[in-house]
Design a protein around this ligand. Sequence first.
Ligand code: ZN
Ligand code: ZN
Length: 369
Amino acid sequence: MTAPDDAIPKPHHRGGKFQNPENEFVTKSLAEVLRWRWDASRRGLPPAPQAPIPCVAPDLAFLHANARAGRGMLPAVTWIGHATVLAQLGGITLLTDPVFSERASPVRFAGPKRHVPPGVALADLPHIDLVVISHNHYDHLDAQTVDALYAQTGGAPLFVVPLGLRDWLARRGIQQAVELDWWQTHQMPSPMGMIDVMLSPAQHWSARGLTDRMSTLWGGFAVLAPDCHLFFAGDTGYSRDFARLREHLAERQRPENGGGFDIALLPIGAYEPRWFMSNQHVNPAEAVKIHRDIGARRSLGIHWGTFELTDEALDEPPRSLARERSAAGLSNDDFFMLAIGETRRLPRRGANRDSGADGAHVSMSDENE
Ligand code: ZN
Ligand code: ZN
């Protein structure tokens, strides 16, 4: 793990807590929360979904064989639901923000309930080597799930979390954890060599209760393996952070080194009403801007279809994304959706310019940068 770089200014550290340096997060007043809830109930929001959320049976044979393949692993992403993605790259299997519980809530009897079961059941997961957690909101950090993963057969995964969350894990008896500040990197050995796991800035906030607002950090993760560069944005509003991320990795992601992120996992849901949500959650138009800002070869839209958290219909984000994608001149493959449970295999980094099965749209997205 690299030491903290004291040369990097830390405008996001504020008296033992954290803050977004450019667009300060101001907690909504009770009056604003009530106005949002009252408006939503008066207008009957969110509308019911027009169609069931697409789900498919997972390809467990592939996921398990790929997890054991070592250097022969094929980079692949599988959407489990909401912000939970099972990614296989660099010979390791990782989970982003694993939530497998029935509710995204501090209690089991109330709070947002999942509309769709996890795309892969906890008991069916291959061995997980790494868990990255973007922040402590209940739809991203779930105590029961974390405990179950810690107790998995074959040994606990490594947990990589933003500043402040190592203590939270330690209180649950989990020692195998690394916490990072923005721009810090943890190096993890893998069958293909070192994998860099870097925490990157995001425009968001944190809290699990009424008294711990902004006490732990939030962020996204760049996971850089020899065969695949993955970006997981966590929860975020739109900000300069993404242009900055591209600058930060410019040398590492020069075209001759394989170019930008091979896959970005970007949130596209939980954005209405804008007056309430825009400083914490992007809408699909802004997700497309992030895709462009970071120079991703392709992106997967996540953080939708699972928990009803806001005023847009559960199935509206992909429709809105489709409109924004064509307005931006992107193809379906440049910024795609998966069914819950579905796996997308990705070309190996460096093979991107080959005229392989995936070659056509990949070379198109090269020109978008
Ligand atoms: Zn959040
Ligand atoms: Zn969220």
